[in-house]
Design a protein around this ligand. Structure first.
Ligand SMILES: Cc1ncc(COP(=O)(O)O)c(C=O)c1O
Length: 357
């Protein structure tokens, strides 16, 4: 039986998108591809509301673009803001790539705070900062606008943001916020199958990359830009997902980007209210994610058993992640999931656990 995915990626994919993935192949060095590439860039420019910068399409999951950001932009040292598993992973990726890195750490469940970041940037030691906008492991959404206001006071610092589980569910305009790298894989709020990452790179980031040695081969921004000017990618792109992205952008424009964000927020509010009546929320108050709800399992519910019963009824939610696996569970409400889908899921959970609000 098909299980509707309410996990924070991969998420349920609309049948029209699955159909777009099966479009017959084209040559990635021909005019059809160049047309597709150019069309995607102009739709993505509208999506990001960006006039300058570049938009690169990475044939990889998000981790590839996280690695690219540090390889291309860290000359001196990077400040890695950590608050959960994925932000900690970016810190590790920097060190694994031979970069000097320092952590600006918040406890799991808490957000990275602008004041703390300000203090750390004021030392003048770092030339880049990494922030995960939506920490999928803890369900915390970092205050990206307030953080952006602080980071922009340090013009030599490259501002790299992972919006992997928020982009297309929450409005983030990189140019307005002064973000240098904004990246997201497409299997979450974009509602596509996995394997493609969308990455905005500012003009000043591209200029900085030209000065950083050992950028590697596959994700060298300078090389990517050279091909992007011809509406191509340096290596073979993941064509089925680019067809799907083209179709999904059309669907999103039809719904309206702002309507999509409003729908996602409305689902978050409903899911939080449901969770608070029955359990408690894991994230620090005021920093709850809009695209997924991390619930503190203070009722000791057996989430393994719950998921087994949900599977029989055609759905799947997520256990907690890493060191909070047993303490929490997560419900994703992003992409093309609707309020009716969410209400149905929550009703099924109530029925299985015999919970009442
Ligand atoms: C916030 C965040 N960053 C990075 C990643 C890594 O993505 P991927 O495994 O697709 O490379 C994930 C995956 O869930 C994530 O949620």
């Amino acid at each position: 039986m098909h299980k509707k995915l309410f996990i924070p990626g991969p998420i349920e994919v609309h049948p029209d998108i699955l159909k777009a993935c099966s479009t017959p192949m084209i040559s990635h060095r021909g005019k059809d591809y160049e047309d597709l590439h150019g069309r995607l860039k102009s739709k993505l420019r509208a999506f990001f509301n960006a006039k300058g910068g570049s938009i690169f399409l990475f044939t990889s999951s998000s981790t590839g673009a996280m690695e690219a950001a540090v390889r291309n932009l860290v000359g001196k040292c990077v400040l890695s803001c950590t608050c959960g598993a994925f932000s900690e992973r970016w810190f590790e990726i920097a060190k694994e790539n031979g970069k000097e890195a320092e952590a600006c750490a918040a406890e799991w469940g808490f957000a990275n705070k602008p004041e703390e970041i300000d203090k750390r940037l004021a030392t003048g030691k770092v030339d880049a900062i990494t922030v995960v906008h939506n920490e999928t492991s803890t369900g915390v959404m970092n205050p990206i606008e307030a953080i952006a206001r602080v980071v922009r006071r340090y013009p030599d610092v490259m501002f790299c943001v992972d919006a992997v589980s928020s982009m297309a569910g929450v409005k983030i305009e990189p140019e307005a916020l002064g973000i240098d790298v904004l990246l997201a894989g497409v299997q979450k709020a974009w509602g596509l199958p996995p394997g493609l990452t969308i990455c905005y790179v500012s003009d000043r980031a591209l200029a900085k990359a030209r000065t950083v040695p050992h950028r590697g081969h596959y994700f060298d921004f300078v090389q990517m830009k050279k091909f992007d000017e011809k509406n191509q990618t340096p290596e073979t792109p993941v064509l089925p997902l680019l067809f799907a992205l083209d179709a999904q952008l059309d669907r999103m424009m039809k719904e309206g980007f702002d309507n999509r964000y409003a729908r996602t927020l409305e689902m978050a509010q409903a899911c939080r209210a449901w969770a608070q009546e029955r359990f408690a929320l894991f994230p620090e108050k005021g920093y709850e994610s809009v695209t997924l709800t991390a619930v503190l399992n203070n009722q000791g519910a057996d989430i393994g058993k719950l998921n087994a019963e949900l599977a029989r009824r055609g759905a799947m939610i997520s256990e907690g992640y890493g060191k909070i696996k047993a303490k929490t569970f997560r419900i994703a409400h992003m992409g093309d999931i609707s309020m009716d889908d969410l209400r149905w899921l929550l009703g099924e959970i109530d029925d299985i656990l015999r919970l009442k609000g």
